[in-house]
Ligand binder design. Sequence first.
Ligand SMILES: [Fe+2]
Length: 184
Amino acid sequence: MEIDRLIEGCRVAVGGDDAEKHVRELVAEAVADRPALIAALAEPAHAGLVILHRAPDLTVLDFAWAPWMCFKPHDHRMWSVVGIYSGREDNVFWRRTATAIEAAGARSLGAGEVTTLGRDIIHSVVNPIGKLTRAIHVYGGDFFAPPTPRSEWDPETLAERPWDMEDTRRLFAEADVRARRSEQ
Ligand SMILES: [Fe+2]
């Protein structure tokens, strides 16, 4: 599927009923034809995220997780749909306790697989393989300006703290450097 068609389809979907369901179908269709998606999206020079579309009601991101990268628990405050088109993304799902969070489940997503995350889901992500994992993430809102402030949790103590986008960029950059070093 062409990226423009995916984005246009998502734009129409978020304006109608059952937006998550329709977006999921579109993402599933896109990641079903992985060669087309890989050809349409530039090979990333670095781990990180590329904004394909950003609006108040819809964000479409192209994620590249560095090899072996672990990403801290966080929530989104909006629904999202994740579709993997290269590699693997292991998700741990967390639930709140009186003082922190505890692991509640896990799901490993491989190329061609899609999942929907509800607006209050807390998850952390691991790329369990030694190459980039690439995924389309669609959010039912502006990912960079959530309607209520997003949280993240310290990966060691599991203490809640405000989401820190700069720390997120730093984590991707560090993971990228580590992966390049291990290649040498
Ligand atoms: Fe997330």
